[in-house]
Design a protein around this ligand. Structure first.
Ligand code: MN
Length: 261
């Protein structure tokens, strides 16, 4: 069999499972809240074009309105001042949208402290147990925040949500081979990241290094610490700063032939 035939057969028999990391997208999807003097992201809205009625008897379809950063979404380098001359979302190379992932589980720490910040020592301790971060792959930061996504108040938590400390964000973006950071929270940075130095350090360092962000991921608990492959699908919005995205993970389940359907 060819490599792709092996993958197709494994997808068919369940030896490779496809895990959907994308939060459902609806009018209830929480969006980031910035101080009142800032611009604000539109929540998801839809207006019917027709629904098997006088506007179109054979068709159901809607017009949509949302921001580039509504729901599970992809941050492109051009999103931040530090990356303003780097790739917009349409120019992200497709081969970087399919990549391995390490899953760093700090849900115990974030349950005890909603303002928990990931530090260099946490990443080093994780690597001593699980091996190096994947070159050309994602760092996915599990915090347990996906359990809150259907309750906007709990999800946004009054601005108290976990993130990454500035020096750790700089280290990950500038001194490792990861192509981006994926999180379960509303943005890649902590809720209190406006008060860090630099402000919003994940945005500053990752976008400034031509790297990416993924937000509002779910089901990271169903991924192994190493070995999953991520397929991220932002829309190629020309000159876009990001895009809502479908994010899937391929996970080996090591099923026997007898277990497979
Ligand atoms: Mn964003």
């Amino acid at each position: 069999m060819t490599l792709l035939e092996q993958i197709a057969a494994s997808l068919h028999d369940g030896a490779i499972e496809v895990v959907d990391l994308t939060a459902p997208l609806s009018e209830a999807t929480p969006v980031i809240r910035l101080p009142p003097d800032h611009g604000q992201a539109w929540p998801f809205e839809r207006e019917p074009i027709s629904r098997f009625d006088e506007r179109g008897r054979h068709a159901y379809w809607n017009n949509l309105r949302m921001s580039e950063h509504t729901g599970t979404h992809f941050d492109a380098p051009a999103h931040w001042l530090s990356g303003r001359d780097l790739d917009d979302v349409a120019r992200v190379p497709p081969r970087r949208l399919v990549a391995p992932a390490a899953v760093l589980d700090f849900s115990r720490e974030t349950a005890a402290d909603a303002d928990f910040l990931l530090e260099r020592e946490h990443v080093e301790a994780w690597q001593s147990e699980h091996g190096p971060l994947p070159d050309g792959g994602w760092l996915l930061y599990r915090t347990g925040w996906d359990a809150r996504v259907r309750d906007a108040e709990a999800f946004l938590n009054g601005g108290h949500t976990p993130g990454v400390a500035p020096e750790c964000a700089r280290l990950l973006a500038e001194e490792t081979g990861v192509i981006g950071i994926g999180v379960e929270t509303v943005g890649t940075d902590a809720g209190r990241a406006a008060d860090l130095e630099p402000p919003f350090p994940c945005h500053w360092y990752f976008q400034g290094a031509n790297k990416y962000g993924l937000t509002q991921l779910q089901r990271l608990a169903d991924l192994p610490p190493q070995g999953a492959v991520i397929v991220a699908g932002p829309l190629p919005i020309v000159d876009g700063s990001g895009s809502p995205a479908r994010v899937l993970a391929l996970v080996e389940r090591h099923t026997t032939g007898a277990d497979a359907i």
